[in-house]
Write a protein of this length. Structure first.
Length: 264
């Protein structure tokens, strides 16, 4: 039978070769070493560097193998770059300081679109914080930086999380219905970074801002966009003033006919 290279079956670890495989404590451990004779690529200048400054041993998680968690133990090179000094080599399958391979990170973020962070963490046997951070970085790369060019009308709203003890502020483009900003909390300082990102020219271009009757929102909008009209949500205005009118109304009492009596 022809010899089978386990690297061809289990992974595409470009520039590295498998030197040992073992199973310990329910984990498949694969030891990798750099392929001899191949130059590394500097993370600072993206240039090939043949000289090695030293090595560091790193353990990272990879995709499971036959439903068994897999861990890579690699001897990663630190290159002696003549332009940047000692630098880690660049790997296409592992980010600079990552503790999981790129393909595992991609799989985690895909599953987070249909499952909760807790469920994904349990499935891959990863820490909850690890999965949350991977998903957060993926969303930041996908949705940031937001294009604020040409924004003139805004809608500011808040909604409660979970039991209503925590709130989130959402700012959208009233014309395109595009979400521009999401921040924890519903105070002035929570929306302030949005106006800083918008810049002075962008703030001057704002013509109107729709919001509920949150005085904190109004103060922050008037501070950054004094020329903009503040438009209150009809629903919130009707609810607020309607409730006050009901509270202030004097109940009307009627006198029963029997109380008047009949003369004579």
């Amino acid at each position: 039978m022809a010899k089978i290279d386990i690297g061809d079956l289990l992974g595409d670890w470009d520039g590295y070769e498998v030197v040992a495989v073992a199973r310990r404590s329910g984990m498949v451990e694969i030891e990798l070493n750099p392929v001899g004779g191949l130059p590394g690529v500097c993370t600072g200048c993206d240039q090939e560097v043949p000289t090695v400054h030293g090595y560091e041993r790193r353990r990272v998680r990879d995709l499971p193998i036959l439903d068994t968690p897999a861990s890579l133990i690699l001897r990663r090179r630190r290159l002696a770059c003549p332009r940047c000094g000692p630098k880690l080599e660049r790997l296409s399958w592992l980010a600079r300081y990552a503790r999981v391979t790129q393909r595992l990170a991609d799989s985690v973020t895909q599953m987070c679109t249909v499952m909760t962070v807790k469920q994904v963490a349990e499935f891959y046997r990863l820490g909850w914080d690890t999965v949350r951070d991977l998903d957060k970085r993926f969303l930041q790369r996908r949705f940031e930086p937001v294009d604020l060019h040409g924004v003139t009308y805004l809608v500011v709203d808040e909604f409660a999380l979970l039991t209503g003890k925590k709130y989130v502020t959402v700012i959208t483009d009233a014309v395109t219905k595009r979400v521009l900003w999401v921040a924890r909390g519903h105070r002035r300082e929570n929306m302030r970074p949005f106006f800083e990102l918008l810049g002075s020219a962008g703030c001057q271009a704002i013509k109107a801002v729709a919001m509920d009757m949150n005085s904190a929102y109004e103060k922050e909008v008037r501070h950054h966009c004094p020329q903009a009209r503040v438009v209150y949500s009809l629903f919130h205005a009707a609810f607020k003033y309607g409730a006050r009118r009901d509270q202030a109304a004097v109940p009307v009492t009627t006198t029963p006919k029997a109380a008047h009596g009949n003369p004579g």
